[in-house]
Write a protein that binds this ligand. Sequence first.
Ligand SMILES: [Zn+2]
Length: 177
Amino acid sequence: MNFAKNNFRRPRCNEMATTMKTAEERLRWALEICRNAQMRATPVREAILFFLATQRLPVSLETVSRSEKIHGRCNATTIYRTLMMFKEAGIVRLVGTPQKASYFLLNAPGQKNHFLICRRCGCTTELPLPESMCKSISQIAAAQGFSTAEQDCEVYGYCQTCHTVRQKETAPSKLSV
Ligand SMILES: [Zn+2]
């Protein structure tokens, strides 16, 4: 389990409530961070943030490139550089998969970002951790001298499909019995 690292630092806007549920709120938060960081707002940057604000799960560079408002407007390198710039500003979080492909997620505050990630195919699913567990983690973190710890848990395992495939792959051959 990887808990929040420094590069997952999540900038907060004073005016924003700690809970953001709608895509509009998430987009507003991201745009405000851009303004505070004096990042120039370009149509492509706004389109990328708009797309990410509507996504609940981490998305690949390819998915971002193919999205309606971005497709055909700029190349993948520009999109990747923009996403990395957002990452540096703390607006976007990178979720790594064992395939070394990077997945991107809006780093908006007040939402749980816990994921199950398949070691084999890299598919990502939300991990609904109970509130009590999150509180326990905060308490354990506080005992270690970490205040107001935010948790972004990434749990690695095998999805159902990959588990079945692995079982078939590792099953001993009947001929050898
Ligand atoms: Zn899988």
